[in-house]
Write a protein that binds this ligand. Sequence first.
Ligand code: BG6
Length: 501
Amino acid sequence: MKGPSCNTQAPDDLPPCTLVIFGASGDLTRRKLIPALFSMHRQDLLPRPFGIVGCSRTVMDHDAFRHSLRPEELEHPADADAWEEFAGRIHYYPVRYDLESFTGLRIFLQDLDRSSGTGDNRIFDLAVPPQLYPVIATLLGETGLAREGAGGSGWTRIVIEKPFGHDLESARALNKTLHRSFREQQIFRIDHYLAKETVQNMLVFRFANSIFEPVWNRHHIEYVGIMAAESLGIGSRAGYYEKAGVLRDMFQNHLMQLLVLTGMEPPCLLESDPVQDEKVKVIRSLRDFNTEHGSRICLGQYTAGEIGQTTVPGYRQEKGVDPRSSTPTFALLELYVDNWRWQNVPFLLISGKRLPRKVTRIVVQFREVPHHLFSNLVGDTIGANRLTIETFPDEAIRLTFQSKEPGASLCLRSMTMDFTYGELYRKSALDAYARVLLDCMAGDHMLFWRQDGIEQSWAFLTPVLRQCEQCLDRDTRLHFYPAGTWGPAPVRDTVRRLLNP
Ligand code: BG6
């Protein structure tokens, strides 16, 4: 076996910079961003020098901010020392999201750049509610903070979390606002699914092996299933989720990216633009959603039930949810990609909250053998081959095929060849947020959405959303499913098909 061929990124290759986090007192900063940055610090992956500036409305000083971020489980003295060292890189600047405080922020950042030597390179991460995206982008533009080389020679980047708009029109409007102050090259639209190890492996798996490509098409593939099942409910995010629902929360971004990676043609180069070009082509080739032309949709909402041994409330009983809400927490969409490779191959996209367990996977189901040589032994059906690319619970790739059971008689058995990241690689994979932050520091757009991709994705989904949200029989179309079951009864068997070979 040949050793790894790597394209490693050392901290010395990364330019020094300051990461400015808006929404610094919020959940995303505490739960995702700071833990990812701390793990990068511990693995010595951060650029040198590097600084973090937290900004939010809360008035506090640097120490209070650092203290609010300190992880609870720092028992080992080495962990505590590492934290103290990392915390020394963290600063805080309170902002009111107006011109005056952004002008103050500019002066603060200039002073910090000078004293820490970060070369005026800045990343602005918007970990704030989406209504603040245009406000902050505009203020950064008006105060000159968006301009590159404003204080000398540095670069400026802006990172936007999802949701990027709530339909085609609002996504276009947001893009327009961003482009008033930033060039496309400065904008990084995050989709954390793209940073998952197995998802990234999809490109390698498809395009660094020659045996899969000849069968990766409608002649050999029966259907593709893409599933993101979750046992969690909506937690404390009712305000956001009531407006988003599962289609905006999971389909427009994460599931669409998984579909695109499965369906795209090989790019001419492994560089951001050629890869994005191929991705966009897949979204453009999606058949308009029309149930008369094969498209299928099933929407559901969870009612009270049990997950494991725990009784959980229904969606309508969650804190902050309208007791008559018709927001879907589950959806199954059957889509078609109209091109030579995929004509009439169903792509089944499934996602739901409060299902029995968390499972995230892509299933490539191959066709049955054309001639049943063994039918007198096993009846008419022989399980077809299946390739499963899983990101949760295991990061794994599995290939299922038929084999003979040992012994004198001829018995067929479905076997699975298994490659599990955890078993082969001892070192833990890089956290998805750490991966995207590193790429942003390196200026690599490969793992981010480009403007045309995001607009195409909304262009496809917006009519579907309209059909779901504006139809008069909206309530009767919503299927209820008890928490802890595999979704609404009419599609439960389809969901199960993706779980079992
Ligand atoms: C987020 C959604 O983008 O992805 C959440 O807003 C969802 O609702 C989460 O729970 C799932 O991410 P992961 O990485 O846990 O599969």
